[in-house]
Design a protein around this ligand. Sequence first.
Ligand SMILES: Nc1ncnc2c1ncn2[C@@H]1O[C@H](COP(=O)(O)OP(=O)(O)OP(=O)(O)O)[C@@H](O)[C@H]1O
Length: 934
Amino acid sequence: MGNFLQAWHALSNLQISCRNYTKPGKTLLVKDVNAECRRDVGTTTLPSSCNIDKSRAHMPTHQYINGTNTRNSEAAICSGNPFPSSNVNVADAGKNLRGQSQFRASTVNSSDARALDGSLGNNGVHTSQGKDSAKVFLNDLDDDDDDILENIDVDQIVEQYQSSCTPQPSISKLPPIAPLIDKANIAGQDATSLPPELCSNCSHGFKIGLCPEAASHLQEMKDTLIIISNELLDDVNDLSPEQINKLRQDRLQLNKQIQQLERYLCNNSLDEERRKSHFSASTATPRPFQCETPQAAAFSTDPMRFDSQVHPHNESGGYDRCNSSSVSFSSVDRLDFSSCPVEREPYISKFVEVNYIEGSKDKKWSSDNFPWTKKLEDGNKKVFGNHSFRLNQREVINATMSGYDVFVLMPTGGGKSLTYQLPALICPGITLVISPLVSLIQDQIMHLLQANVPAAYLSANMEWTEQQEILRELNYEYCKYKLLYVTPEKVAKSDALLRQLENLNARQLLSRIVIDEAHCVSQWGHDFRPDYQALGILKQKFPNTPVLALTATATASVKEDVVQALGLVNCIVFRQSFNRPNLRQVYSVVPKTKKCVDDIDKFIKENHYDESGIIYCLSRMDCEKVAERLQECGHKAAFYHGNMDPAQRAFVQKQWSKDEINVICATVAFGMGINKPDVRFVIHHSLPKSIEGYHQECGRAGRDGQHSSCVLYYSYSDYIRVKHMISQGVIEQSPLTSGYNRINTANSGRVLETNTENLLRMVSYCENDVDCRRLIQLIHFGENFDCATCKKTCDNCLKIKSFSEKDVTEIAKQLVKKHRHQTVRLHGAGKHLAKGEASRVLRHLVTEDLLVEEVKKSDVYGSVSSILKVNELKARELFSGRKTILIRFPSTLKASKQKNPEAISAKGSLTSGMQSPPITGTEQPQSKGDLVCL
Ligand SMILES: Nc1ncnc2c1ncn2[C@@H]1O[C@H](COP(=O)(O)OP(=O)(O)OP(=O)(O)O)[C@@H](O)[C@H]1O
C-alpha cells in the first residue's frame, strides 16, 4: 500500500501537460483536464450534473442525440462503443497518461521526482533519490517516454488504490487534478458560433458541440449512422413507408451533425495541438542520447558537388519536375522559427475515387530505357553496394520517379528502403520520409551516413535549437540533406515543419514523400497509429509531389483505407506474394496442454537443438516463466519484453544475434528490424492477436531459405485470455503502436472491435484442421493460392494422407445466385454440411475466383466495406455445367462440427477485409446469415 500511496502522490504531483489523473472516486472529463491544469486551477470537484448518469449513459446513442427513437436503438447499444463515453473513469485516465506523447519531463520538479522515485522502485534503473533521481527520470523519459510509462502499471495502482482505500486528503503540494466543469460557462462559451446542428443537447447536458466528450459522441453518431444505414439496406422489405421515411430523415440529420462536429472538433484539436507542439518544442530538455544528426564534417561528400554529380540534367522525357530551377531563396533570417504558431488550415480528409493501376503486371516499369536508368544502376552499385535489383525494386523506382503515387507491398527484408533512397539520390531536392519509430529512423540514418548519403531526422525529443538548425539547413539553396526523416507525430503537430515543407515545395525541392510502414494508417490494420491518419494533409498541400507508401503487411481493406486516408488518386500498386516458397517452413498448430513448456522443450531438442529460435509469449510474466523453465531444461534461453530497460533489451538481443543465447522468449515487442537469417524456429506459446501479426512473426524464421518450423500452441482458453487483455488494453503492443493507440479515445471502440475480429480470425485459423495453412494465411491477404504448391509444408497438408473430394457444385450455384439476387433463399441448401464446411465452400469459391472480394471505403460513413461480388464470367461456366466445384475432405474426417460457437462466425469471415458489414451497393453482402442458412 505504501508503494501505491507514493505512486499516487507522485502522479498527482506531476505538473505535466497531460493531467488525466484525479483522486479515486471522482469523475474526470478528459478533454478539459489539460486546459484546466495548464491554468493551474485549484482543487475542484465535478458538479453533480457531470457525474455519470447511468441511465443516460446507456441510453441508445441514436435516441439521445436526436431525441428520437428507432426500433434499432437496442442494437445501437450492443454494437456501439463498449465503453460508453460518459464512463471516463480514473483507470481510463491512467491509460491516457501512459500513452500521452506530450509527456514532458522538463516541468517535473525535484520533489515530484522524489515521489516518483518511490513509485519506480521496481525498476532497477531508478534507485537514486532527490535531484539525482529526478535527473535519471528526466533522462529516461526523454530517452523513451513510452518505455518509462509502460513501467508504471498505473491501472493496477489506481485500481487497487480505488478498491482498497477511501480517498485521502492530498498531501501533495499541488492540488489534485480535477477540472472544474462550469456548465453554464461552457454552455455560454461559444454557443453563438456553433452551427445549429451542434446545438442539440447531449446526454451530459451540454450542447453537443461544446461537450467535453464530443469526440466520443462523434464516434457514437457514426456507429448509429451505420446501424441506420444497415437497417435501410437489409430490412427495407419489412419496414413501413413511414418507418423508412423516418430512418432516412434520421440518417440525413446524423450525416449533417457528423460533418459539422468533425469540422468543429478538427479545428479545436488543431489549435490545441499547435499550442502544445509549440510549447513542447520550446521547453524540450536535452537528451542524453542524440541521434547523430549529420554535421557538415560527417560527410566526405560535398553536398554541392554531390548534387551536381547525381542530378539528372534536362534530358528529354526525364524527370523534369525535379530539374526545374529553384524558385526563390529565402534567407535564413527570414525564417523565424521561434515566432508564434502560425495558422494551419484545418485538415479535413476528403473522399477520393481511387484509380488503381496494377503495376506488377505492367512490363513498362521494368524497362531499362528510362532516362535515369544509368544513374540508377550506378547508384545501386557504387553507393549501396548491390549488384542488381531485387524483385520489384526497379519497377517501383521507375514508377515513383515518373511522378506517380505508388503503393508497395513487399515482404519484410524485401528491400523497400532502396526504392526511395536511390531516387532520393538521383532527384534534386529532399525526400521526406515518415517512419514510425525513432529507433528505426536512427538505424536508417546510420546506414545512410555510412554510405555517405546525407540524411537527418527531426523529432520532438531533440533540442529545439538542433531542430532549428536542421530546419534552417532545409532553407539553403544547396541543402546538404537528401533525405529528411520524421515521425508521423511531427507532421501532425509541427507547424514549423509544415511551413518548411511548403517553402521547399515552392522552390520545387520537395522531391518525394515516403510513408514507411503505411499499414499504420489504417484502423483496420493490426498496427493502427492515429497520427498516421493526419498524413493525408501532405497530399492536400502538395498534390504534385509523388507519394510512395510502403508496407510489408496489408489486407485489401487496409490497402484501401491507407490509400484513401493518404488521398492518393492515381495509385500504382506493386505487390508481392505473401507466400514464401523459398522458405521451407513447416506451419503447424498443436493443442496446448498444461505441459506446454515441456512439449516445447521436447520439440526443440528433437528438431532444433542448439539452433536459434524465438518463442512468442503473451505476457511479460509468461516470457520469464518459459525462459526459466527452458533454462532448467538445459537451453540457452533468455526473456525479452517491454518492461525491461532498453539497455537490458539491447544486451539480450545482441547475445541472441551472436548465438550466445539460442532461445529468446519474447512478447511482440521483439522482432522489429531484426534480420537474423538463421532463425530455425518461431514458436507461439499463446494465440497471436491477428493473422497479419502471426504472418509477420513467422516471417522471422528461415530468412536464409533453410528449413524452419513455425509451431503454434493453441487452446481456446487462450482466446478468452487474449480477448480479455485486449479489452482491458493491457496486452503488449508491437513497438509500432506501443503507447500510441491508447491516447485516441475517439477511436477506441472501433479499434477494439477490429482487434476482436482479428483475434477471431486467428481462432478460426487454429481450429481449421483441414485446409492448407498457407492457403488460409494467403487468402487473408487477398491472394489466391494453389495448395499443391504447399508441398506438405503445413500440418494439415501433411496429415491428410488421403482425402475424398465432394462435389459441391449445387451449393456453389445457390451461393452465387444468392449473391446475385438477394431474394433467393438458401435455407437448407447445405444442411448435410457442418458449419465449418459450409464456410470452406464459400472460401473455396473465392479461391476459384467465382466470388471476388471488392473493398471500398465509404464516402459517407468513412468505414471500409468488403463485398463479395460474383465473377460473371466464371459464374456462366458454373451454370452452363462446364465447371464443377470439388472440395477435398479428409477421408477420416466426418462432417466436422465446430468446436466453439464464436469460431463459427470467425470462419464465416473468409477473406481478408471483412472488417465491417458491407453497406453500399446492390450486391448482397457476405454475412454470417448466409452461412448459417446453409
Ligand atoms: N538489390 C539489393 N541487393 C542486395 N541487397 C539488398 C538489395 N536491396 C536491399 N538489400 C538489402 O536487404 C536488406 C533489407 O533491406 P530493407 O531494410 O530495405 O528491407 P525492408 O523491405 O525495408 O525490410 P523491413 O520491412 O524489415 O523494414 C538490407 O540489408 C539491404 O541492404
